[in-house]
Every structure is written in structure tokens, then in C-alpha cells.
Design a protein around this ligand. Structure first.
Ligand SMILES: [Zn+2]
Length: 643
């Protein structure tokens, strides 16, 4: 990556008369903007009538950027087909599980498996790429926009046919599919591939294997669409990198690991949810996820907001300084670009109440002053670009497991694997410990500690991967209801958790969801869930009132595997995490104060930057490993260079 932090926004000048454009670019320069994303929702203007292309206006937009030294993430506009598309090809519009065909007039109005959509999308993408591949403003292809945000799963006949083809290639025979899905039950045995449907509305629960495979198929369909566009762009412009903006940590409709494997650089969007108690801690989770998806390399924050968004029940404006703290938190966690939706707040349209870098009220505003100040600050932090964040702990997270657990027929609806992963991550955040997210089958060799808050489904190779990590000397902490089923959502027999019974030295007979809080023998508080377990070799560290194990530790090879059979409350969880971090030798970045975020980015040559971000209304002091201290006033942030 070049030695600069990308700074800017989506720029949608087509919303404005052309005389506004020059003012836009002049203000961008004033704010230190060096990168904008253009053309994202421009299909209906670039191809107003099918097969008729009008690029003059986009020529002038890109030329204006080039003349002002601002680089472009140039979009393929395929996320929002024009009205003519839905009129001409109604069969390519998406269908929901109840059989309703959704109409044009919004965005993402297409079926991901529609051959017609793919043909028309590739045609407009090719037009864009052929015209602009050598344009001096072009920095990066911004393919599509937020794949699967609204239309991730389509239930139409074309999708049904594509699902069957996907299943045939996965299972080869109907016998294998019937076995994987357990169709002997409820008279679901398939005798012909043509009988298989997407999990449309049914009288009762759909088959869990069918549901899980449909999630996988639907995610793969989106990845395929991305790859088709990317391959076209690579053919026409082999030296221009391509990405698509994920919604890592927010949307679970598609497998981000699968997408990450196909992009040249991971980019993601992140928006605070105002109803959450600590949205800046959620932000850290999403940023750590984005970095992990990019293999630890610097990534790009493609969108966040300067202030309020427009899609929550109550859209909170950001407090003074919050824009800066949010931006620096993404930077601290490995982003080499800080971008917003959008440059100039819309006057009309569905996102007119979404904040922007340039608000409706103009430049005499809090938002504009903070935007200008941030631009100057990021320019001063150019030396951060290219540095990386090292984490010695990782949380295992897998979309298949989340999807499988999402089936409504579960022992308890109160277990939420994503919330549990965020809760464990938050405990580390408070302790000043940087944490990656990792795929269960991913490379764990760089970590000292691997956490498994809740991984209901794990493949045989994922299960073996964790055992090998511990055998080599790693420390693992496994939470309840993990390692329960195989990759087809079939129970691993012989005592839970079948995937890791031997690794943990524990065997569980039965689950007992709880209807209120309990206290363990140690005094720790827990709730929601309990398991009737017995040790088959593990040391019992804590028990229920019945004397049965609530927490265990088992030595395995050179390492140790801890297990929790219940959901600890935040204080007890923090205590256990502190113990396993100490056992694994995982240290905090700095000794921090409550609500103060600490992260370090480092270059290979030893230059580093310690970020300390105070999210509270109290002044705080952070103590560095060398004994030095950094004062971080209330609501402020410090970036401390070091070696
Ligand atoms: Zn469809």
C-alpha cells in the first residue's frame, strides 16, 4: 500500500447539478480527501435504456478528480439494476420464502442466480471497465455494493434449479444427500433431484440440513457473482486491484471468509447501532474481523458515518469527538483507509437522513469542522500506513455454525453465537488485549490462545485443527454448546461435545437451559445454560450446586484445553479470560483504564504506534509496558510513536 491513509467517501455527484461538482472537489481538497468511491448507484444513468450507454457525465467526474489529485474507487454499478431491468425481465426479480416476487423501486432488485441478471450486470461492468481501465484517477475497482444486504436468499424457480445443481456437485448422489439431511425422518426422503426445493414457507420446521445448505448455496451464489465481475475486470485491467465492501460483523447472510479469499484487499462498511450499550466495542469487533479476513494485512474501511444513519428506529447523532474516536479505532485496528457514506448529504432519496462529510447545513457545522480536522490528523499519521496489528489470541467464528444454530428447533433460543463471540471479544477489549477472529479450519500457528465462545457446528478438520493447536502447546477455552454437530448438522454421538470430548476430558449427557441466574461454587455468577457433565480426566475448576462440573481444564500434548459448561456473567467471564491469558502468556498492549481502548500497530522495522482512545467522560492514564505513562483526556485519543 502507498504511504498514505486513504480518506474520503462515496461521492454521488449525479445527485446534483453539475455546477455543484467544482465546489465539491474544492471542499474535498480543503478536508484532505484523497479518495472517493464513484458510480456505485449509477446504472440507470449510465444505461438509461437497455443497451444505450451514456458515459459523458462520468468522464467529466473522473477527469475532475484526476485534475485535483483525488483517486477513485470506481464502482461497477451492479447493486441496483434500473427500472427497465425489472420491466423487461420480471423473472429476474427476487422472490421471498412466501413466494412474493419483489418489485423494482428500491435496490438489489435481482435474483442472485438469475442468468439474465448476470448477463446484464457483466455487460455494464464491461462497459465501465473498458472505458476507464487506463484513467489516471482509477485506484481500485469497487465491485457491486454490500452483496447480499437485501436479496441474499432468493426462493424463485431459477434459484431452486441452481440450488439443485449446487447440491448435485456437493453430494454426487441422492443417497448421500438423504443421509446428510436425515430425510428418513418426517417422510422427507427424496427419490428425484427435481423434488428438492429451497426452504420455502412450510407448515412446520424445515429440514435443518436443507436450511443450512441453502444458506451455503446462497452465499456461494453471491461469491460467484463477485468472481464473475472480478475476472472480467482482471482481464481488462490486470494491474488494478478489486474489492467489494463487505459488512463484516453486521450481516451474516454471506460467508465473509469465502469472499475474503477472492478480493485483492478486504474492504468493509461499519455502522454503529445506537441501541447497543457500547457501540464502540462492537466497532472494534468488526474492525478486528476485517483485519483477520485480510490475513492481518491492512484493510480498507469503505464506509462508516460521520454522524447519524437513517435505518434504525432512533438514529443517534454522534457526540462531539465521536467521529474522530471511531475513525482512529478503525485505523488502530489495521485500516489503511477511512471512508464514509457519503460525501455530500442527499437532498432527496431514501438516504437523505443519513449523515455525510458535508452536511445539509454546510461547512459552518460540527461535522464539517471534525471532518476537516480528521483529514489533517490522518495526513499527519501517514507513517502508520502499511503497519500491522499482531494478536496472540483468536476467537473461532464460522458462518456455517451460525447458520446451523439459527434453525428454530434448538434446545434454547437464548444462545446466540454471534453475541457470545462479541461478549468474549468485549472482555478482551476491556483488558487491553488485541484479538483476531479465525476460521476453525484456518492457520492457528501464530496464536498462544484460541477461544471458542460458541461453535455449535464444526467439521472434522476444524475439530482436529483445534486439538493440534493445543497439542503443540496452545491454550484453548471452549464455551458451552460447541463441537456438538458435524458439517451436516448431525449430532456427534457418544456424549457431547463429540468433536472435542477427548481434548477436553469431559463428557456431557444432557443440556439444562436455565430460567434464571445461578451461582457456582466459586461464587461466579452464570445463567441461560447448563450441562450435566462428568470429567473423564479433566481437572474440575468450578462446580454447580449439584457438584457437577461447570468449568474444567485438561492437559493435552504440550498445552491445555479449558471448558465451560455454562454461560458466565461478564465479571466471571473476565476473570476466567484473565486466567487463561496469563496461562497462555498473552499480555495486554498496555495497562489501561476503564473505557480506554489500546491497540498497537507496528512496522516490520520496529517502528510502532500505540493508539489510546478514551471513550469515557473521565480523564485517564494508560501505563505502557516500559513503565511510561500516557495521559488521555476525556473523549480524546493519543497516538504514541515508539520503537
Ligand atoms: Zn431466484
Amino acid at each position: 500500500m502507498p504511504d498514505v491513509i486513504a480518506y474520503g467517501a462515496d461521492w454521488n455527484p449525479e445527485q446534483w447539478p453539475e455546477e455543484v461538482w467544482a465546489e465539491d472537489v474544492a471542499l474535498m481538497r480543503r478536508a484532505g480527501v484523497n479518495r472517493v468511491s464513484v458510480g456505485i448507484f449509477s446504472w440507470s444513468l449510465l444505461e438509461p435504456v437497455e443497451g444505450v450507454f451514456e458515459f459523458d457525465w462520468l468522464d467529466r467526474v473522473l477527469d475532475l478528480l484526476a485534475a485535483n489529485g483525488i483517486r477513485a474507487n470506481l464502482a461497477t454499478p451492479t447493486a441496483a439494476p434500473p427500472p427497465w431491468f425489472g420491466d423487461a425481465y420480471p423473472e429476474a426479480l427476487p422472490v421471498d420464502a412466501d413466494g412474493r416476487r419483489l418489485q423494482h423501486g428500491s435496490r438489489q432488485g435481482f435474483c442472485p442466480s438469475s442468468p439474465i441478471y448476470r448477463e446484464k450486470a457483466l455487460r455494464i461492468a464491461e462497459q465501465v471497465a473498458a472505458r476507464y481501465r487506463d484513467h489516471p484517477a482509477l485506484a481500485l475497482w469497487h465491485v457491486h455494493n454490500e452483496y447480499g444486504c437485501h436479496n441474499a436468499r432468493c426462493y424463485c424457480d431459477a434459484s431452486a434449479a441452481a440450488f439443485r445443481a449446487w447440491l448435485r456437485s456437493r453430494y454426487r448422489s441422492l443417497d448421500a444427500l438423504n443421509d446428510a439431511w436425515g430425510t428418513a425422518f418426517w417422510s422427507q426422503h427424496y427419490s428425484d433431484w427435481a423434488q428438492i426445493l429451497p426452504p420455502r414457507a412450510t407448515p412446520s420446521f424445515t429440514n435443518p440440513g436443507q436450511q443450512l445448505d441453502y444458506r451455503r448455496f446462497s452465499s456461494d451464489a453471491l461469491v460467484e457473482l463477485y468472481v464473475a465481475e472480478r475476472d472480467l475486470l482482471r482481464r481488462l485491467a490486470p494491474d488494478v486491484p478489486a474489492t467489494t465492501n463487505l459488512m463484516a460483523g453486521a450481516h451474516w447472510n454471506m460467508d465473509c471468509w469465502a469472499f475474503a479469499a477472492q478480493v485483492d484487499v478486504v474492504s468493509t462498511d461499519h455502522y454503529l447501532v445506537g441501541s447497543r450499550p457500547e457501540p464502540h466495542v462492537d466497532l472494534a469487533f468488526a474492525a478486528d474481523y476485517a483485519r483477520s479476513l485480510n490475513g492481518g494485512r491492512p484493510w480498507l474501511l469503505m464506509e462508516h458515518s460521520t454522524s447519524a444513519v437513517n435505518w434504525q428506529p432512533r438514529n443517534l447523532a454522534k457526540a462531539p469527538g465521536e467521529l474522530r474516536r471511531n475513525s482512529l479505532a478503525h485505523l488502530a485496528r489495521g485500516a489503511d483507509g477511512i471512508m464514509f457514506f457519503q460525501w455530500r448529504a442527499s437532498r432527496a432519496g431514501a438516504e437523505k437522513w443519513h449523515s455525510a462529510m458535508l452536511p445539509h447545513a454546510g461547512t459552518g457545522t460540527k461535522i464539517w469542522r471534525e471532518v476537516e480536522a480528521l483529514g489533517a490528523e490522518l495526513a499527519g499519521l501517514a507513517g502508520v500506513a502499511g503497519s500491522t496489528v499482531t494478536a496472540e489470541a483468536a476467537i473461532l467464528l464460522d458462518h456455517s455454525s451460525v447458520w446451523a444454530q439459527d434453525h428454530p428447533a434448538q434446545p434454547s433460543s437464548e444462545l446466540d453465537p454471534v453475541e457470545e463471540a462479541k461478549r468474549w471479544h468485549a472482555a478482551l477489549w476491556r483488558a487491553g488485549i488485541t484479538c483476531d477472529l479465525a476460521h476453525p479450519e484456518g492457520d492457528l500457528t501464530g496464536y498462544r490462545l484460541v477461544l471458542v465462545p460458541q461453535l455449535y457446528l464444526v467439521s472434522d478438520s476444524g475439530a482436529a485443527n483445534l486439538a493440534a493447536f493445543v497439542r503443540r502447546g496452545g491454550v484453548a477455552l471452549v464455551g458451552p454448546y460447541s463441537g456438538i454437530v458435524d458439517e451436516h448438522d448431525r449430532v456427534r454421538l457418544g456424549g457431547y461435545p463429540g468433536a472435542w470430548r477427548e481434548l477436553l476430558g469431559v463428557s456431557v449427557e444432557e443440556f439444562f437451559p436455565l430460567d434464571g441466574p445461578i451461582r457456582l461454587a466459586s461464587g461466579a455468577r452464570a445463567g441461560v445454560w447448563s450441562e450435566v457433565a462428568r470429567s473423564t480426566g479433566a481437572q474440575v475448576l468450578d462446580t454447580y450446586a449439584t457438584g457437577e462440573p461447570a468449568r474444567t481444564r485438561n492437559e493435552w500434548g504440550e498445552g491445555a484445553a479449558h471448558y465451560l459448561t455454562t454461560r458466565l456473567d461478564a465479571a466471571a467471564l473476565a476473570g476466567v479470560l484473565a486466567e487463561v491469558c496469563a496461562e497462555a502468556g498473552v499480555e495486554p498492549v498496555a495497562t489501561t483504564a476503564p473505557g480506554v481502548e489500546v491497540v498497537r500497530r507496528s512496522h516490520a522495522d520496529g517502528r510502532s504506534f500505540l493508539f489510546a482512545i478514551n471513550h469515557t467522560a473521565e480523564d485517564a492514564v494508560v501505563t505502557l509496558p516500559d513503565g511510561g505513562t500516557v495521559a488521555v483526556p476525556a473523549g480524546d485519543a493519543r497516538v504514541v510513536p515508539g520503537r
